[in-house]
Design a protein. Structure first.
Length: 186
């Protein structure tokens, strides 16, 4: 966390509650949050409520154009960007920064609620693999992507351990004369 006095501020002294890295928006496909932020900013400036759902606007009259025009009518930049100043040096930052109002909440995803550990436990009678599910003390699936990641790092002994020894390894007897397998010894 950063002290409030060191945070950047706008010309009118407003300090943002939270700063986002702009590279996180396209990869998470949360572009709607930017439109929602423009809608929130123009609604706060004009004292009205807006519906910023994607079904309200068309290609000819886009949400960006509509909310951009409302921001211009309030004396702001069309895209909602503002000049900000460093809280440490007081100098103007070189880039214009998108500032807006958005509803944001913290989700309660805690590691202690999600972790799952298994050393030994129940196995499926047919496949001899660990059963699936946290409630039955089962294992977590070791998928193709996990396997490929370990292959790329040259971890052959770990792969043998995880995919054979700790999973469904079994001893089977093969007839030397006909080549057929007898039932496995579990």
């Amino acid at each position: 966390l950063w002290p409030v006095e060191d945070m950047p501020f706008t010309e009118n002294g407003m300090v943002p509650d939270i700063l986002f890295n702009p590279h996180g928006f396209p990869s998470r496909m949360t572009i709607g949050m930017l439109i929602e932020s423009m809608a929130g900013k123009s609604a706060a400036l004009h004292g009205v409520s807006y519906d910023a759902t994607p079904f309200t606007f068309t290609e000819k009259k886009s949400a960006l154009k509509y909310f951009g025009e409302t921001l211009v009518s309030a004396g702001y930049n069309f895209f909602g960007t503002e000049k900000m100043y460093s809280g440490i040096s007081g100098l103007e930052l070189e880039a214009e920064i998108f500032v807006g109002v958005v509803y944001y909440q913290r989700l309660r995803h805690m590691v202690s609620d999600k972790f799952q550990v298994r050393t030994t436990g129940p196995r499926d009678a047919v496949t001899n693999q660990p059963v699936k599910g946290r409630n039955v003390e089962g294992g977590i699936r070791f998928g193709e992507m996990e396997r490929d990641a370990l292959l790329a790092h040259g971890t052959s002994f770990l792969l043998q351990d995880r995919l054979f020894n700790c999973s469904d390894g079994s001893i089977a007897y093969v007839c030397t004369s006909c080549g057929s397998m007898t039932s496995p010894v579990l």
